[in-house]
Design a protein around this ligand. Structure first.
Ligand SMILES: Nc1ncnc2c1ncn2[C@@H]1O[C@H](COP(=O)(O)OP(=O)(O)O)[C@@H](O)[C@H]1O
Ligand SMILES: [Mg+2]
Length: 616
């Protein structure tokens, strides 16, 4: 037999960017031992009684099915001789009994399928829910590395392969095991010698099953990794369709996808080959056993030590015994791919958020005074992304409640990192970030969400209406409040001009909204959320100059009383700031009132002069 390709040799053919060093580039995250089994148990535990019921239904159904050969033996050995004495009773009883068994087993099978389908649907519903909830709760750095393509693959292909196991595979397994037990018992009871031959044939069959299981396990794991890689590539390409077009990546992507598709095709072929070897091997064993029994049985019938009916029943039983072996292969198939999938899902579910929810959450102290703003302190904060060097080294900063601070500095200086630490997308590796004296790590999550809101460049809109999108931070807001927020930010005019105004679906035709307009919606959203601390990270970068001017006029209203961190590269924003920080290489190199800094001779004075000249 040829050995099947392992994923390691496949990787050599992939473009460099697809090669995996980081565990996150692989599909299976480190899964704690026993996690897969524990997951399966926890999924099935709530339906223990229903699982028992379905098993009982199957037991009864098998009893009805396996009565057939016994009735045939009775017909040959008793009913036919009785017929010679003109006694029709036994034969009629056999015929009626045979029909009854068929009816009863049909009815039981129906009940079983219904009951087991309900169990499997509930299990899958539960599992999909768990994947979604868990993925949503995981921290931003997890998503940056695991990618949405892998998550999609987990909750579609992998859940689907578990469905196949539950819907078809388990029934097969239970049927096969039950009929093995029933039939062996029947054979032994009918005739010890014939039964023993059948039992001996189980040994090579068992070895065959073990061999198949081991080999197929490897193949199936490789196959599901290959499927996931295709999905990941697909999702990534479509998510990045604009840069793909802009940089003419189509041909390169086609080539990369072709490699991945070929790998998928090859692993599929490997899986089929394994299956074929198994089926051929098992048939060989089965037919050898049948031949042996027919041979030996015929001699014994001739010599009078075995009844013909018993031999007929034994052969019928044997056929029934070996028929399901192909199906056992099918079961092992779906078992292998479900096990591979479940392992991946368990690995995902075993991930813990790197930004965990506090175990003993604290509330913020009551606000001092009328204004919503709160004090922000960075206390000796160090921070490094998982991949890469330290971005902030012993960073100290105090923003008094209600201050508007503009942060400027070159690209890569660490401005966005500062913002993300303040919004607790990440936790510092050392030191603390405090909101009114409370460490963000112990602050109750709803308090944090209400307290700190960040508007970024991306300004993502969810499907739904414009009004829904503005109200995301405050779903209970009235239409009046939503419009007031939009008006304050200067978004009311363009929204009113949309086909259905505030009720325009942002994903539908005619609801198309430009990048700048999206940013205005994001501003209105932040304003409506009414946070104590508002962070704007290049949030006006998609606006044209008049648009930005309009936002700036609105800004004084929006920011009034709040603590605000405004990161911008257009220095016009600085005019509304109480304080300017210039950041370089993760440090604050200048800190002061805008007019002071402009009048001085530092970095900001240079930047400001250059910017003024560029406007002229
Ligand atoms: N998600 C990330 N993973 C790893 N490194 C990052 C990540 N985001 C930013 N960095 C790195 O951190 C440094 C600071 O980035 P950032 O805070 O985004 O700078 P700025 O917003 O000032 O342009 C850069 O060197 C950047 O490469
Ligand atoms: Mg940035």
């Amino acid at each position: 037999m040829t050995t099947t390709a392992t994923p390691a040799t496949d990787d050599d053919q992939l473009p460099r960017t697809q090669q995996a060093d980081d565990p996150f580039d692989r599909d299976v995250l480190p899964t704690p031992p026993g996690a897969t089994a524990a997951l399966l148990r926890s999924l099935l535990a709530p339906m223990r009684s229903r699982v028992t019921l379905t098993t009982v239904l199957l037991l009864l159904q098998q009893a009805a099915v396996q009565a057939g050969p016994l009735l045939v033996a009775y017909a040959i050995d008793n009913a036919v001789p009785a017929l010679r004495d003109h006694d029709h009773g036994p034969l009629i009883a056999v015929a009626v009994g045979y029909l009854l068994c068929a009816l009863v087993s049909g009815g039981l099978q129906f009940a079983f399928i219904e009951a087991s389908a309900r169990v499997s649907q509930d299990v899958l519903l539960d599992l999909r829910g768990r994947i979604f909830r868990h993925a949503q709760a995981l921290s931003v750095d997890f998503h940056e590395r695991y990618t949405s393509g892998r998550l999609i693959s987990r909750s579609t292909t992998d859940v689907e392969s578990l469905r196949e196991l539950l819907d078809e595979g388990l029934q097969e397994l239970v049927t096969v095991v039950l009929s093995f037990v029933y039939i062996s018992a029947m054979l032994l009871w009918l005739d010890l010698g014939l039964g023993a031959v059948a039992l001996v044939s189980f040994v090579p069959l068992y070895l065959l099953v073990r061999l198949y299981q081991r080999r197929a396990g490897r193949v199936y794991r490789a196959r599901s990794t290959a499927i996931a890689a295709v999905i990941v590539k697909f999702v990534e390409t479509m998510n990045g369709i604009r840069p793909v077009r802009a940089f003419r990546r189509e041909a390169a992507n086609d080539a990369e996808l072709a490699v991945l598709n070929r790998r998928h095709e090859r692993t599929n072929g490997d899986a089929l080959l394994e299956m074929a070897r198994y089926v051929i091997g098992s048939r060989l064993v089965a037919n050898t056993a049948v031949a042996a029994i027919v041979l030996w049985g015929a001699y014994r019938v001739a010599s009078g030590s075995l009844e013909l009916g018993v031999l007929a029943a034994a052969v019928l039983f044997l056929r029934r015994l070996y028929d399901p072996i192909d199906r056992l292969g099918m079961f092992l198939n779906s078992y292998q791919s479900a096990a591979a999938s479940l392992e991946k899902i368990a690995g995902l579910l075993a991930q813990t958020p790197s930004v965990p929810e506090p175990s003993a959450p604290r509330e913020l102290p009551p606000s001092k005074g009328e204004l919503p703003g709160r004090e922000v302190v960075f206390d000796g904060v160090r921070f490094a992304y998982r991949t890469g060097g330290e971005v902030l080294a012993r960073f100290d900063l105090t923003l008094p409640a209600g201050q508007t601070v503009a942060v400027v500095g070159s690209t890569g200086a660490g401005k966005s990192t500062l913002a993300k630490l303040l919004a607790r997308f990440y936790d510092p590796s050392e030191g603390r970030v405090l909101l009114d004296g409370v460490d963000l790590r112990v602050l109750a999550v709803p308090e944090l969400r209400r307290g700190v809101v960040m508007v970024t460049q991306e300004a993502f809109l969810f499907s739904g209406t414009v009004a829904d999108n503005i109200a995301i931070g405050r779903p209970d807001a009235t239409r009046e409040e939503i419009e007031r927020a939009a008006k304050a930010i200067g978004a009311h005019e363009f929204i009113s001009a949309l086909p259905d105004g505030y009720d325009t679906d942002v994903r539908k035709r005619g609801g198309r909204i430009s990048a700048g307009q999206r940013q205005l919606v994001a501003f209105a959203r932040a304003l409506l959320a009414d946070p104590a601390v508002l962070i704007l990270d290049e949030a006006t970068s998609s606006l044209d100059i008049p648009g930005e001017r309009a936002v700036q006029r609105a800004m004084s209203t929006v920011l009034r009383g709040r603590t605000a961190v405004v990161i911008a590269h257009r220095l016009s924003t600085v005019e509304i700031a109480d304080r300017v920080l210039v950041m370089e290489h993760g440090r604050i190199v200048e800190d002061g009132r805008p007019d002071e800094l402009i009048a001085g001779t530092g970095r900001f004075a240079d930047l400001h002069r250059a910017w003024r000249d560029s406007l002229a």
